[in-house]
Design a protein. Structure first.
Length: 195
């Protein structure tokens, strides 16, 4: 779940940074409305050629499956696993709703049409429409799946370390709060004695 959150956050930051530059890029290039319309059409075609919507759906499924396996390894108690899976399911629902294709497609079109020229988009569409390009597109989910499988032990280790640090932080915060409260009470009793 943290990996997905990190990836999505990085993607949103990247999109935000690109979006901020879009106006600057358009102003510098002084792209005509006709050129921008052509870029947008080519960008949309590129998203279809790359099967981005389908791949996003597959990535969400792989992440959910991978996390389910990690949760079963992290938690031995069936109740804990069930509780964690319910939480994961709710989080994935939120992520899928907020990162829906209907919301992301216009962003992708804006980004691709502002970053790439007509020539670049035409060349990208040509390559990725070719048999080799489509092979790349079709095999990308498998590459992602194998990568996630190979990284699962790293993710479990990372999750355990983060959990330990979070517990340590929580314990230290509670101790600091108690110490602060104790110091405040001592000051109050000193004030009472002075009166």
């Amino acid at each position: 779940m943290r990996k997905l959150t990190t990836i999505l956050t990085a993607a949103l930051i990247t999109v935000g940074a690109v979006a901020g530059e879009m106006k600057t890029t358009e102003a510098k290039a002084a792209v005509s409305k006709e050129q921008m319309a052509k870029r947008r059409a080519l960008a949309e075609k590129f998203l279809v050629t790359m099967k981005v919507e389908k791949q996003m759906s597959q990535v969400f499924q792989m992440i959910q499956q991978s996390q389910s396996m990690m949760l079963k390894k992290m938690f031995k108690d069936a109740k804990q696993v069930k509780s964690a899976e319910e939480f994961q399911s709710k989080m994935m629902t939120i992520i899928k709703e907020e990162m829906s294709w209907a919301k992301l497609k216009p962003i992708f079109i804006d980004v691709y049409s502002s970053v790439y020229s007509v020539k670049e988009l035409e060349a990208m569409n040509k390559f990725f429409s070719s048999p080799v390009g489509q092979s790349f597109v079709d095999k990308t989910p498998e590459v992602n799946k194998v990568t996630m499988q190979k990284m699962s032990s790293i993710m479990i280790s990372m999750a355990n370390r983060v959990k330990q640090e979070a517990e340590k932080f929580k314990k230290e915060a509670i101790e600091k709060a108690k110490a602060s409260k104790s110091t405040d009470n001592d000051k109050d009793s000193d004030d009472d004695q002075m009166m």
